[in-house]
Design a protein around this ligand. Structure first.
Ligand SMILES: Cc1ncc(COP(=O)(O)O)c(C=O)c1O
Length: 378
C-alpha cells in the first residue's frame, strides 16, 4: 500500500516561467523586480505600510527584534509552544524570552496571563498564530498599548488567516511570515516582514540591507549610499521571489483547498470526539484559519505515542510537534509564567499532526480516519 505523505509542497505551474524571466533579466539579487511584485501583492492583501521579503521567517523575526531596539536585559513575552526561531531572534539582541503558558482551546498565548507576566524590563509581546489560527490580538494589543510595549506577530504559519475581519499580519506593529517548503505556499526557504507602523519603514529598509541607505539611493533620495545603522543581509534573492510570486498568485485557491480537507477531517473524526476519544482543533467564530495543519489531541501522551506508531505501521506519515522551548536544553535558563507551564506541557504531549496538504485524496483521507478510529476504538 502506498505511503500517505505528511506534506506536499504546492506547485502552481508558473514557477519555471517566472524563474526563466528572472534568469533572462539578469537581476537575481535582492530587491529586484520579482521581490517588488511579491511585496506589492502582500502589502495590498494585508493593508500593511510596507512588506519586505527576507530569506526566512527567522530572518524577518531577527529584523523585527532589531527594529524594536531590544537591548541586553530586556524581556519579551512569548509562548514556549513555538518554533525555536521565535526565541532565537530575541536572544540575538541580548534580550531574554519569557515563556508564557497557552490557552487550552487554540494553543495560542494565553492573553489573560500576560499582565502578571510583565516586569519593568518587558518591551515586546510575540504572539504565535498556531496552526494558522490567530491569537487574541485585541486583548494583546490593548495591554501593549496601555503599557507602551510593541507587538510582533509570529505569523509563520498563518498567511491567509483573519482575525475579526482583519488579515493576520496586519494586527501587530510588526509581523513575520514564512515561505519555507513546509508552509502552505513557499519558495524552499523564504519569509517576509510586514511593517505596520509607518515610523519603522525607513529603518526597516536600512537594517535589511546591511545597515546601508542603498534603497534611498536607488530612489534618488541621497546622492550616494553608505553605512548608516546596524543591520544584516536580510534580503531574499530575486530567484526565490520569482518562485514565490507564482505561488502567491494562487494563495486563495490553496487556502480554499486546504479548508476543504480540514473540514472533511473534522466531519469524519467528529464521532470520535463525541465519544471522548480525541479532541479536534478549535477555530474561534471570529477567526478564519490559514489551515496550516490538522492536528488531534489524544487523552494522554502514551496514547499519542501509540497512535503515531500505529499510523506508521499503516503507512501513514504523522508527527508530533514542538518540544516546548522551556524544556529544551537551551531554553531551561529562561523565566516562565506561571512557574510551571502545565497546559503547554500537557498539550504538547497529546498532539498528533495528521497528513495534510492540498492534494490529499478522499481515499487517503478515509484511510487516515479509519486508521485513527481503529487504534482509538481497539
Ligand atoms: C511559529 C514559527 N516561527 C518561525 C518559524 C521559522 O520559519 P523559517 O523556517 O521560515 O525561518 C517557523 C517555522 O516553521 C514557525 O513555525
Amino acid at each position: 500500500m502506498d505511503e500517505i505523505a505528511f506534506h506536499k509542497p504546492f506547485v502552481s505551474g508558473r514557477e519555471i516561467d517566472y524563474l526563466r524571466q528572472a534568469v533572462a533579466s539578469g537581476q537575481l539579487a535582492g530587491d529586484g523586480p520579482f521581490s517588488r511584485r511579491c511585496e506589492e501583492l502582500l502589502t495590498q492583501r494585508l493593508g500593511a505600510q510596507r512588506v519586505l521579503l527576507t530569506p526566512s521567517c527567522t530572518a524577518a523575526l531577527e529584523l523585527a527584534a532589531l527594529l524594536c531596539r531590544l537591548e541586553p536585559g530586556d524581556e519579551v513575552l512569548m509562548p514556549s509552544y513555538t518554533f525555536v526561531s521565535t526565541a532565537l531572534a530575541v536572544l540575538r539582541t541580548g534580550a531574554q524570552p519569557v515563556f508564557v503558558d497557552v490557552r487550552d482551546d487554540t494553543l495560542n498565548l494565553d492573553e489573560s496571563l500576560l499582565e502578571d507576566a510583565l516586569s519593568p524590563r518587558t518591551r515586546l509581546i510575540v504572539p504565535v498564530h498556531y496552526a494558522g489560527v490567530a491569537a487574541e490580538m485585541d486583548q494583546i494589543n490593548e495591554l501593549a498599548g496601555r503599557r507602551g510595549l510593541s507587538v510582533l506577530e509570529d505569523a509563520a504559519q498563518a498567511l491567509g488567516g483573519q482575525y475579526r475581519g482583519r488579515a493576520v499580519g496586519s494586527l501587530g506593529r510588526l509581523a513575520a511570515f514564512s515561505f519555507h517548503a513546509t508552509k502552505n505556499i513557499g519558495c524552499g526557504e523564504g519569509g517576509a516582514l510586514c511593517v505596520n507602523d509607518p515610523d519603522l519603514v525607513a529603518r526597516a529598509e536600512i537594517l535589511r540591507d546591511k545597515g546601508t541607505n542603498r534603497r534611498q539611493f536607488f530612489r534618488g533620495e541621497v546622492d550616494k549610499y553608505t553605512w548608516v545603522d546596524t543591520g544584516s543581509s536580510y534580503l531574499a534573492s530575486d530567484l526565490c521571489a520569482a518562485y514565490l510570486l507564482a505561488q502567491l498568485e494562487q494563495l486563495d485557491d490553496v487556502t480554499r483547498r486546504r479548508r476543504e480537507v480540514h473540514e472533511a477531517y473534522h466531519q469524519r473524526l467528529a464521532p470520535l470526539q463525541q465519544q471522548g476519544r480525541l479532541r479536534l482543533p478549535v477555530i474561534p467564530e471570529d477567526c478564519r484559519s490559514s489551515y496550516h495543519m490538522f492536528y488531534v489531541l489524544l487523552p494522554d501522551e502514551a496514547r499519542r505515542d501509540g497512535l503515531l506508531r500505529h499510523l506508521k505501521q499503516r503507512g501513514i506519515q504523522a508527527a508530533f510537534h514542538f518540544v516546548p522551548l522551556h524544556l529544551a536544553p537551551r531554553g531551561r535558563a529562561f523565566r516562565t509564567w506561571p512557574r510551571q507551564l502545565v497546559r503547554t506541557e500537557e498539550l504538547a504531549g497529546r498532539l498528533v499532526r495528521l497528513p495534510f496538504h492540498h492534494e490529499l485524496t478522499e481515499s487517503q483521507l478515509d484511510r487516515v480516519v479509519e486508521a485513527v478510529g481503529e487504534y482509538l476504538e481497539a
